[in-house]
Design a binder for this molecule. Sequence first.
Ligand SMILES: [Zn+2]
Length: 146
Amino acid sequence: MISFDLKCAKGHVFEAWFASSRGFERDAKAGRVECPMCGATKVEKALMAPNIATSRGGEAAAPVAVPDPAIERRAEAFRMIRELQSRIEREFDHVGERFAEEARKIHYGEVDKRAIYGSATPAESEALKDEGIEYGQIPWLPRHDS
Ligand SMILES: [Zn+2]
């Protein structure tokens, strides 16, 4: 499962879950993705959720929290994501948009193994999956503390 922040033509932003990024493209094109606020079916991705890679050849270095879409569990899910996010920021190396490239280098042993996090496009995520490179994916929340 993968979540996307979506935006309708009127600018409403909402979150929706799909089996894959291809699943989203297909549903959106077919008009099956509806804005919960105004019912518009013309939606686009607002933001891609970032990926995290793991330090030891695919073994999860950090538990990846997947939020339950049920609203009553959102607060708890958000708290877990924030905790995880803080831990990742502390312990992982931020590689930004070079995530796919770095994950590949680590996977093929071109560089020392280390925990990284960053973002990847849906195409890059698919390619990593095809190559058997494992990574976790979590929704990335904007930070308010400073
Ligand atoms: Zn809308």
